[in-house]
Structures are given as C-alpha cells and as structure tokens.
Design a protein around this ligand. Structure first.
Ligand SMILES: *Cc1c(COP(=O)(O)O)cnc(C)c1O
Length: 393
C-alpha cells in the first residue's frame, strides 16, 4: 500500500494485530513467536495483564501535567530505580537517545565545573548510543554517521574491550567521562572480557572521570541482573535506561550517583513529557511484575538453557564463529552475511533480527516459556544450518 512515511526503515511485509506473552498474530490469524520483543522493549511480552491494568487505571485518572508540578508516580519510580541500581538521582525522558543526551550533557557540565573548557568523552568502536546528533557522534558506526556532518565534537573513539587504549587516552587533560555499553547490542552482542568493566572503573577513579554505562539494551533485567554491570559488581557514576523500562510505553532514564547526581540543576536540562504519570505507571508495573514473578533470575536461567542448546546444535558448524551473550541477549556470529535469515524465519512464524550483517540477534521476552525457548533454539539452529549448507552459496 502506498503511504507517506519517510523510508527510514526497511520494513518486513507483515503487520501485527495483537499479542499475548511471547506470541504475536497478524491480521490473517497467523501466529509468530517473538524472539525480539520489539528490540528488547517488551520484556514482559505483549499485553501483560499488570501493565495493561496499570495503563487502563492511569489513563482514566491523569496522563500528563508537565514537570512544572510534582509528579508522585515519577518520584516513586525514581526511588525504585535508584534502589535497584545503587544510584542517587534520576532524570526522566522518552527514549534511549535522550537518556544518553542527558548523560553527555551531565558529563560536559561536570567537566566545565572543573575548569575544562572543551571536555571530551571516551567512546568505543562498534558502539551504538542513538540517532540524535550528539548520540550519533558517540556512535561507533561510520555508516550511521555518514552524511550528517558536522557532528558535535567532544568524543574520542577508542577500541572496545581494550584497557590499553584507555590508558593511552589517560594522558589527555580534557577527558571527563567514559561512555560504554557493558555488552554491545547493535554492534553484534559483543561481550568484553571479564574484568573490563572493573578495569574501566579503576581508571575512571584514578583520573576523576565519570563511568557512564549505556544499559538501554542490557538493563531492566534482560541479562539476568537488573543491570548487566551488576554481574561484575561494578557500580557506574551514570547509567542510562530505556527500551525495556516501559514495556512499550516510551520512557527513558538517566541515573546518577554521588556528585554526578547533583550536576544538573534547575534550568540546565528538561523534557516536556519525561516521566509523565502514564509512562511512570507503566514502568512501575514493569518493575513489580519483574519482582513478583522473579523474571530476572528466570532470564538468566533461560539464557543458559538457550546458549547450551545452541552450543549443542551448532558447535560442529565451522561457519558459526561464536555464540555469545548473557541472559536473554544472545548473538550467534556467522562467518558470512546472514540478513536473509530474518525473512526466512518470518516465513516460519518466528521473529528474529540480524545485526552487524552476520550476527543473529535474539532478545526474547523474559516471560518466555521453556518450550518456546527450546523452539527458538531449534528453529534458529535449523535456519543457520540451512544457510551454511545451501549449495547455492
Ligand atoms: C536502542 C539503543 C539506544 C537508542 O535508544 P532509542 O530509544 O532508539 O533512542 C541507545 N543505546 C543502546 C545501547 C541501544 O540499544
């Protein structure tokens, strides 16, 4: 059908009419197992009763008043998030990119207060931090940046998972922060070596830099801990959340600790919609459901189950270079481009993603049943085997 949407997405030829848990249905009644969750957004799956109920209730009361007034639900959510993340303050916005923009502005203000006229932030090759000009400048993907210059300055790009590169940068007086994903998502589910985050923490402490973790994809329980950095017992100064926070209701958050939490003051930053009663009620419902059903621990167990399943099915395939990830954030890297698997999976009633050309990315909802987890492993393994043994290639 002709439509006036800008062509910013290569969309698949399917539209969904409703969902339940890990399943979606199209208008013709065909069912699809969702191993992507709207890109790590619907961690509780679709139409979760608790979220639906909270939204219904709140929609009948109050949607929005602006941040010119007290917003008790926003305060309650901030306290719940700080408790879980070990942070002291939260700024709410509506997306991941905005959460990172807040972090970038916070770091710059932090630097400028220390007399650094042109503060710089260390960012990583292969990173993804968003599509606004600032977060695009921080993103380590030349193709995403191409044609959008001049981009904001103030970012120093170094290789990911390389503490030596951090040490080299440490000589520079104008660095104020490190912005990094604990596991790179769009970059191909890249996990750094154990000790990397801890090493970053130590270097930030030594140099007076802020450690700023982009947990927009890894956060909200997806990896089997509330934050991925908690697996390594590393506490950042700033952490950003979005995606899974509202289970589909747009909400982002920039959390900070200690001195960093007091950096942004009245007039220095803002958002009209950020943390409005509707979005806050959704996020509170998400947190309650994660807790009550012990879904974060479940994500960890399911992830182990799926990884074991993939190893069992694919370890003898030379074309499979790596099976990576933590909890329900899994990547299978092939030795060749494999974007056609997305359509092939769709034809079989399975929603998956391919990122960085050759990495099958799976981000299923945390409410996934064991049977559906096994089904994803079986189908994805079959698709990969079909691709690598197809004599046409
Ligand atoms: C998705 C994502 C973003 C951007 O979030 P938007 O809501 O699309 O702006 C930033 N960082 C990471 C790690 C992400 O996965």
């Amino acid at each position: 059908m002709a439509h006036p949407l800008m062509h910013t997405y290569g969309r698949l030829p399917v539209a969904f009419s409703h969902g339940r848990g890990a399943w979606l249905w199209d208008g013709d009644g065909n069912a699809y197992l969702d191993a992507l969750s709207g890109i790590a957004v619907c961690g509780l799956g679709h139409a979760h009763p608790r979220v639906t109920e909270a939204l219904r209730e709140q929609a009948g009361q109050l949607l929005h008043t602006s941040n010119l007034y007290q917003v008790p639900l926003q305060e309650e959510l901030a306290a719940a998030l700080c408790r879980r993340a070990g942070m002291d303050g939260v700024f709410f916005c509506n997306s991941g990119a905005e959460a990172n923009e807040a972090a970038i502005k916070l770091a710059r203000l932090h630097g400028s207060r220390r007399g650094i006229a042109s503060p710089r932030i260390l960012v990583m090759d292969g990173a993804f931090h968003g599509r606004t000009l600032g977060t695009l400048a921080a993103t380590g993907n030349d193709r995403a940046r191409e044609g959008f210059g001049p981009l904001p300055e103030g970012f120093e790009r170094i290789p990911y998972d390389d503490l030596g590169a951090v040490d080299e940068a440490a000589g520079r007086e104008d660095i104020v922060a490190v912005l990094v994903e604990p596991i790179q998502g769009e970059g191909g589910i890249r996990e750094p070596h154990p000790g990397y985050l801890e090493g970053l923490r130590a270097r930030c402490d030594d140099n007076g830099w802020l450690l700023m973790l982009d947990e927009i994809q890894t956060g909200n329980g997806r990896t089997g801990a509330w934050l991925a950095c908690q697996h390594e017992h590393v506490v950042p100064d700033v952490v950003t959340l979005a995606k899974g926070l509202g289970n589909g209701v747009p909400i982002g958050a920039c959390l900070a600790r200690g001195e960093a939490a007091d950096t942004l003051g009245p007039g220095s930053h803002g958002s009209t919609f950020g943390g409005n009663p509707l979005a806050a009620s959704a996020a509170l419902a998400v947190i309650r459901a994660l807790d009550e059903d012990d879904l974060i621990a479940r994500a960890g167990r399911l992830g182990t189950r799926m990884r074991d399943g993939f190893h069992h099915a694919l370890d003898d395939e030379p074309a499979v270079k790596a099976i990576r990830g933590r909890g329900l954030m899994l990547g299978i890297e092939l030795d060749r481009p494999c974007t056609e698997l997305v359509q092939q999976a769709l034809d079989q009633g399975l929603l998956i993603n391919v990122t960085a050309q050759s990495v099958v990315r799976l981000l299923p909802p945390l409410v996934l049943t064991d049977e559906d987890a096994d089904r994803i492993v079986e189908q994805v393994s079959g698709l990969i085997q079909g691709l690598v043994h197809d004599t046409r290639y």
